[in-house]
Structures are given as C-alpha cells and as structure tokens.
Write a protein that binds this ligand. Sequence first.
Ligand code: TXA
Ligand code: MG
Length: 320
Amino acid sequence: MTFQQDQDIQKAVQILKSGGVVGLPTETVYGLAANAFDEKAIKKIFETKKRPFFDPLIVHISHLVQMKSVVKEFTDLPQFLAEKFWPGPLTMVLPKSLKISSTITSGLDSVGVRFPKHTMAQKIISSLGAPVAAPSANLFGKTSPTTAEHVRKEFGETVFVADGGSCTVGLESTVVGFDENYQIVKIYRPGAITQEQIQKVLENFNRKVYVTQEESKVAPGHLKHHYMPNIPLVILEGVDFDAHKICEALKILPSEGAKLDLHTDATHAARELYANLRKCAELNKGFIYVLKTQDQSGELWTAIWDRLSKAATLKLGEIK
Ligand code: TXA
Ligand code: MG
C-alpha cells in the first residue's frame, strides 16, 4: 500500500462516516459506495447516479462476520460458494436481514452481497466498521468505470475517488441467486466466475446442486440497455464493415466509425473492455463498431458479449 493509497483510504472512510458517497476501487469495476446502514447516504447513491429506485444495490463486506447483519440466513450452499470464491467477483442474492433497507433492495426481500478482493476496498469497509452498498460508479445505463479517472470524469469534483489503480477483472461480478431449497444456483449476470467454475467446485459439495443461466425476473437491474457509451455502438457478425450502411441504419449523418478492438485472450479483453470503449467514444466519430467472431468462444466471452449486446444500439449479421 502506498502512502497516497493510505491517505485515500482515510479520506474515503471519513466521508463514508459522515454520510457521504465515495468512489471505491474493486477488482471488477469501481463502485459508488455509501454506508449500507445509513439510509440518507444510500439515497445519495441513487441521486448521484441518476439511478431509478427500482434497481437494487449490491452490499459489500470485508469479513464473513458481517454476513450476520446483512442476510437473514447463510445456509451451507452459499457458505460453500463463499469459501471457494470470496473474496472475489461473485455476488450472491440471499434473503435480506431486517437491517438492510428496502431502498437498497428496491423492495425485494433479497439482497445481493459480495466480498471484494481489492485490498483498498477491504480496508475501507473494515475501517468504516460497516458494509457498504455500491453499484458501479457510472451514470445510470452508462459504461462502467475501471479507473479512478473514469469515475472523476463521470461525476467531476462532487465525488471523492479512492485511487486503487486499474481494475484487474474489468467486468462486473457474476450475480447468482438460489431457489428456495438451495438446490439450484441461477446465474443472473455472467461474469469472471463462470458457470463451469461453479459447477466444478460443486462436484465436491455434499449434495447434488444444479447450475443454470437465466435472466432474473426479480432483478430489475438486468435491463436490456445498459453499459452504453456516449455514441452508438454497432456489433457486426459475419458481415463486412460498411460505414454508409451503418449510418443509414442508425439514422445519423454520414460519418466514420471508431473500431473497438478486442484482445484475443478473453481475460485480457475483459480487463481493457470498458477503458477501450470509452477511448473509442472520445474519438469524435459517429459511432463505434466491434466485430463478433467465431473464435471468441468460452464463458468469459459470453460475459463480454452480454455487456456489449446491452451496450449496443444496432446489431448487423448473424447475431441473435
Ligand atoms: O462487480 C460488481 O458487481 C460491481 C462492483 C462495484 O462491486 N457492482 C455492480 O453493481 O456491478 P450494479 O449495481 O451496477 O449491478 C448490480 C446488479 C444489478 O444488475 C442488480 O439488478 C443485481 O446486481 N442485484 C442487486 N441486488 C439484487 C437482488 N436482490 N436480486 C437480484 N438482483 C440483484
Ligand atoms: Mg452497473
């Protein structure tokens, strides 16, 4: 930990203690954090992000002991997954405790909980002595931030950001929920922890559990449009790039496009995805385009294309 990082931690804690919101580095993306037990502070998150109240927030902990104050029950299956994947990019949706307000959960009886791996996030939460609620630190519907600079650009001077460097994962956490009897793990949002990885660890679990990928009906945050850059994003699959055709389809004046390149390695591609998307948006072009290719297979690519599909205004070619 550098001197500067220590200073940032102290300042962030001080702001959180006095009921403010701060930019918080995590290994996935930067969060916009507030004390999870401070109702007024939680409301500030929604105001700052211009986030509608129907989209629930994730609560972040820095020690398993804190689960007692966040969830009503922490049964063997989620405990097992916590042992395997926490700290890390996995969010579990569990029955909420009475201490967690319905503002955080948008009126749901469940709460999303995550134990981030980033040391600065852990230190901030520990020093505060309370979990923090934190959505990604971007305006509602926009591209998530993976550097402190991205957060500063989004909110200006109004929000202090603890600078923890570039996020190493670069995509938001995998969100999972469970059925009532904890026999099914449902992946609501794909992420760096893949279905395959979850399935694998559950082989050693003492009962049979099924893992499925399904859009959550109760997770209003999984809206169709999300992660959007400031100019339209176009996905091309199996068709040639034709700027003229794209502009016509987008109903914009003839203009050039900025190409979003994806690294061939999925982990690398995920890490730099949002930073590159932002860079493309700043190039003063009419639109951004990205090519979906056959070799981009594997579960991390599923997560990457999940985000890009939601960020896209137009899809041309073979895309479903
Ligand atoms: O990696 C991450 O998860 C980042 C960092 C900051 O931790 N946070 C993040 O938060 O991506 P946000 O608010 O952008 O996305 C949270 C997602 C939303 O899609 C929301 O619908 C879902 O988690 N979620 C939260 N609470 C839920 C609940 N009780 N039931 C179902 N889904 C929930
Ligand atoms: Mg978000």
